[in-house]
Design a protein around this ligand. Structure first.
Ligand code: PMT
Length: 403
C-alpha cells in the first residue's frame, strides 16, 4: 500500500523525535519515499545528517533559505507529496496548525498544502489532556486531519499516562489504512476476509508441545495480498515469527481450540482462507505440571482437534460466501486434495506438496494447484508472496462475478 507513496515527514521538537529514524527506515522498506522537514525543536533531538542519510534526501529546515527555496519552494514541497505526516506532533505545532500560524517552514508547509495531513501527537500527559490541546485536537479532527495515537505509558518526563508517540508499526498501519481508504476502489474493498496461518501448539505439559514446521509465511502473505486489494482482513495466526502484515487485524492464538474460537468470533465474513497447519490432535490429558524424566517414557493420549475449515464451510447462515482450504500432501497431491475439498465442503482447495525436500513448509517458494469443483489449475513454482498475490487476484475476479 505504501509502495511509491511520497511522504513529507515533519519532525517537530519532542523527545519522541528519536524514533523518527526507525520510522523512515520502515517507510522506505515498504517502497515509500520520505522527504523531511526538521523544525528547530526537532533538531535538538535528531540530527539533519541522520535524517538525510536514512531518507536519502535533502532535509528542509529554513523557510528563508535561498538554496532551499530555489531548489524546491515551500509551496511545492507541501504539494509534491501524497500525505504530510507530522511525527512527533507537539502541543505547540498542533496549536499553530489550529490557529493557522505559519512562522517556520513546517507550519508554512502545513498551511499551504492541498494534501491530506496525518499527525502523531506526543507530549507530556498534562499538556495532552489540557483543554487547549483537546480543543485544538477537535478542531483538527473537524478539518479531517488524521490522528494517530498517542499511546499510554511511561513518558520521557517521568510521568505516566497518555502522550507517548504511537508505535512505528501503528503509524505504518494507519498510513496503510489511510491509503487503502483513499483508494477505495480496491477490488476487494469492503469485503471481510478471515485468514488462518501458521502452526498450532498443542501442550503436552507447560513446557512441551506437539506442533509442525509451518512458518506462517504462506498464510501471512495471503492476508497481506488480500489487504492490499482493499479487503478488511482478520488474520488468526498460530505461533510464528512472521511479523504482522500491515493493514491487517491480527489475532494471535496457540492451540487449535483457540484458533477455532477466534475464527468463530471473526464471523460473519465474506471469504475465508484456511492456510494454517492446524494440528489434527491435541493431548487429551495434558499435564498441568512439567512431566518428570523417568525410566519409562510417558504415555501421551491424543484426542482429535476440531476442524476449523470444515466448521467454517458447514452450510448455514454464517457460512462465508467463498471458503478456501489448503491441502498439504506428500504424494497423489491433486487426487487427495480433491477428496479433501469434498470432505470439508470448501469451495476451492489449494493443494501443495509438502514431501521432504519440497521446502514447502518453512521455505519461500510454493508450487500449488488450485482445485475447484469443476477445475484444476496448476501454477509454476512461485515465491509464496507471488502465490498469495495470484490467489488474491483470483479471489477478486471471482468476487466481482459472484459475491
Ligand atoms: O506456513 P508455511 O511454512 O508458509 O507453509 C505453508 C503451508 C504448507 C502450511 C500451507 O501452504 C498449507 O498447506 N496449509 C495447510 C496445512 C494443513 O494443515 O493441511 P491439511 O491438508 O492437513 O489440512 C487441510 C485443510 O484443513 C487446511 O486448510 C487446514 O487449515 C484445515 N484444517 C486442518 C485441520 C484442522 N484441525 N483444522 C483445519 O482447519
Amino acid at each position: 500500500m505504501l509502495n511509491g507513496k511520497r511522504i513529507l515527514l515533519i519532525v517537530a521538537g519532542g523527545i519522541a523525535a528519536v524514533k523518527v529514524p526507525d520510522l523512515i527506515r520502515r517507510l522506505r522498506e515498504r517502497g515509500a519515499s520520505v522527504r523531511c522537514i526538521l523544525t528547530k525543536g526537532g533538531a535538538q533531538f535528531v540530527t539533519p545528517l541522520t535524517l538525510a542519510a536514512l531518507s536519502g534526501q535533502k532535509i528542509y529546515q529554513d523557510l528563508f533559505s535561498l538554496t532551499d527555496e530555489s531548489e524546491m519552494g515551500h509551496i511545492q514541497l507541501s504539494r509534491d507529496a501524497d500525505i504530510l505526516l507530522v511525527a512527533p506532533a507537539t502541543a505547540d505545532i498542533m496549536a499553530k496548525m489550529t490557529a493557522g500560524i505559519a512562522d517556520d517552514i513546517a507550519t508554512t508547509a502545513l498551511l499551504a498544502t492541498d494534501k491530506p495531513v496525518m499527525i502523531c501527537p506526543s507530549m507530556n500527559v498534562m499538556m495532552w489532556t489540557h483543554p487547549a490541546t483537546q480543543a485544538n485536537l477537535e478542531t483538527l479532527k473537524a478539518r479531517s486531519v488524521e490522528i494517530v495515537g498517542p499511546g499510554a505509558g511511561d513518558l520521557a518526563c517521568g510521568e505516566v499516562g497518555d502522550g507517548r508517540l504511537a508505535e512505528v508499526k501503528d503509524i505504518i498501519a494507519a498510513l496503510n489504512r489511510f491509503f487503502q481508504r483513499q483508494r477505495g476502489d480496491g477490488a476487494l474493498a469492503r469485503m471481510r476476509v478471515l485468514v488462518t496461518s501458521g502452526p498450532t501448539h498443542e501442550p503436552i505439559d507447560p513446557v512441551r508441545y506437539i506442533s509442525n514446521r509451518s512458518s506462517g509465511k504462506q498464510g501471512h502473505a495471503i492476508a497481506a495480498a488480500l489487504a492490499n486489494l482493499g479487503a478488511q482482513v482478520t488474520l488468526i495466526a498460530g505461533p510464528t515469527a512472521e511479523p504482522d502484515p500491515d493493514g491487517v487485524a491480527v489475532v494471535r492464538v496457540e492451540t487449535a481450540a483457540q484458533m477455532l474460537k477466534a475464527s468463530r468470533e471473526a464471523l460473519p465474513c465474506d471469504i475465508a482462507v484456511c492456510a494454517a497447519a492446524v494440528a489434527d490432535w491435541h493431548v487429551a490429558d495434558a499435564s498441568k505440571t512439567k512431566l518428570k524424566k523417568s525410566t519409562t517414557p510417558p504415555r501421551i493420549n491424543l484426542a482429535p482437534n476440531p476442524d476449523i475449515l470444515a466448521t467454517l464451510a458447514q452450510p448455514g447462515p454464517q457460512r462465508p460466501l467463498l471458503v478456501i482450504g489448503f491441502a498439504a500432501e506428500t504424494g497423489d497431491v491433486i487426487e487427495k486434495a480433491k477428496v479433501k475439498r469434498a470432505a470439508k465442503n470448501c469451495d476451492w482447495i489449494i493443494a501443495n506438496d509438502v514431501s521432504p525436500g519440497s521446502g514447502t513448509f518453512g521455505g519461500d517458494d510454493n508450487t500449488v494447484h488450485v482445485i475447484t469443483a469443476q477445475n484444476v489449475e496448476s501454477w509454476p513454482t512461485l515465491k509464496k508472496r507471488e502465490v498469495a498475490e495470484k490467489l488474491a487476484g483470483l479471489i477478486a475476479t471471482h468476487a466481482a462475478k459472484f459475491l
